[in-house]
Design a protein around this ligand. Structure first.
Ligand code: EPZ
Length: 438
């Protein structure tokens, strides 16, 4: 297994092309199941998770063609953008409605095939995804919502067996907690249900809005997009569409923090500042200046030391849990004491002991981590444990004195498109090395 080796201390400077959002692309791919026509997605990131979900869809009988999009038309005064990757998905000849355990366990987002399959074919058999490093990750809200839409749900041999031979029927569903995945599964299912569905306390993450806008482009009737109340009028059929995936706000925030932690400046081409919401405000308070430009967003470390700022993860537009580990790394050398509280997942502090190996002073009290800024971090061998914890170790390594070697970097490949290349292009002394002894 590969490792990443970083020689820290270089202020980053340069340009990074921000990719399409992983957490938008995954549900958008499952939306292809709702129609026999072709759904073409552009600005698709090149990630392991995308490839794994493509394998699940191919197993069901979806034709998946990958390629390059046409050269984008760029606004006057903008520099030419590289061609993005494109996926064309056609679910004309579905051969199975079963998503098998060996694929679902690798790609939890496979559970998002459940709603579309039941809605269009009246049946689905999807392996329960099981937990992951950051928590048990139940799907009870997905199942309760599908039941409310009239599906019969049974759990057998670790699989969810859902059926609705007469089709789904619209209903009012109030989600007790904000759930991105449950909102997405139920939104997709509701588009083909008989009658009207209202999803209350719906997730407002930009990736949910992206899915809703794509469904509308496919002929769905949805009101309240980007709000916590989605109203869906079921239609008989959806048709194909071409849809451009929203830029990845978590990737944007991650690289903005890379600029901050190294005292550098990075231009994030293709990024949209408005998608960042609270993290942009906290980074500005901490001493990382974020500004919208014609090309995207610039992130620049103000002079002097970063300031400690508290962060409390919440559903959008609150501070995203997917930036929590990165922000903790940013706070590790800030001036003062920052309290970082994780409210979404049960076990998302696995980066703490690894950051401590690099000299960070962090004490965990329940769901809060108290980060007392130290003058400097020291490079060390560390281990990646989950996607976002891995990248927080990269950030720490970029700022640390000496060499940091990160093992088990396959976690990174799941969610960051060409991370080493993008950082090296900004001056980071970072390389990927093979045969990880651990
Ligand atoms: C999505 O996961 C993202 N994944 C996660 O990103 C992200 O951290 C999360 O939303 C929160 O923003 C994708 O979009 C593919 P949830 P999801 O349902 O949908 C509990 C990354 O790093 N819950 O919003 O699984 C759940 O346990 C990944 O890119 C239930 O109790 O998250 C959690 O505590 C990690 N029952 C909370 O709700 C359910 O049926 C929020 O989970 C569903 C969720």
């Amino acid at each position: 297994m590969d490792r990443i080796r970083i020689q820290g201390g270089t202020p980053l400077s340069g340009t990074i092309e921000v990719s399409g959002a992983k957490n938008a692309t995954l549900p958008l791919m499952t939306a292809s199941l709702l129609t026999p026509d072709r759904l073409t997605l552009t600005n698709v990131p090149q990630l392991e998770d995308i490839r794994t979900l493509a394998r699940v869809l191919v197993e069901l009988g979806v034709t998946v063609e990958a390629g390059l999009s046409d050269l984008p038309i760029f606004k006057n005064g903008q520099r030419p953008r590289p061609r993005t990757h494109r996926l064309a998905l056609t679910a004309a000849d579905i051969v199975s409605t079963t998503a098998p355990y060996d694929l679902v366990r690798k790609m939890r987002a496979s559970v998002l095939v459940l709603g579309p399959l039941v809605a269009r074919f009246g049946e689905a058999r999807v392996s329960l995804p099981g937990g992951c490093a950051i928590g048990p990750r139940p799907v009870d809200l997905h199942l309760k919502g599908l039941k409310a839409l009239g599906a019969r749900i049974e759990l057998r041999d670790g699989y969810v067996e859902a059926s609705a031979p007469q089709g789904l029927a619209g209903a009012v569903i109030r989600l007790p907690i904000v759930s991105v995945g449950a909102t997405e599964n139920l939104l997709m299912a509701a588009t083909l249900a008989h009658g009207t569905t209202v999803i209350e306390n719906a997730a407002r993450e930009p990736e949910v809005g992206d899915l809703a806008r794509c469904l509308v482009a496919m002929g769905a009737e949805i009101e309240g997009i980007d709000t916590d109340r989605l109203l869906v009028r079921g239609v008989k059929r959806l048709h194909g569409a071409t849809y451009d995936v929203v830029p990845d706000r978590i990737e944007t925030g991650t690289y903005a923090m890379a600029a901050g932690i190294t005292g550098g400046a990075i231009e994030l081409v293709g990024a949209r500042l408005g998608l960042l919401a609270q993290p942009a405000q906290l980074m500005n308070e901490a001493g990382v200046d974020l500004n919208e430009t014609n090309e995207g967003v610039t992130a620049r470390a103000k002079n002097g030391r970063l300031h400690a700022v508290d962060a409390d993860t919440q559903p959008y537009p609150g501070f995203p849990t997917d930036l929590q580990a990165q922000f903790m790394a940013l706070m590790a050398t800030a001036d003062g004491r920052a309290v970082v509280t994780e409210n979404i997942f049960e076990n998302r502090f696995m980066h703490v002991p690894e950051l401590a190996r690099m000299g960070a002073d962090i004490s965990v009290r329940g769901s809060s981590a108290i980060v007392t800024g130290v003058d400097r971090l020291i490079g060390a061998p560390v281990m990646a444990t989950d996607l976002r914890a891995s990248v927080s170790l990269v950030l720490a390594g970029l700022a640390a004195e000496g060499t940091t070697t990160i093992s088990r970097v396959y976690h990174l490949d799941r969610g960051y498109d060409r991370l080493v290349e993008k950082l090296a292009a900004c001056g980071a002394a970072i390389e990927r090395v093979g045969d990880d002894p651990r």
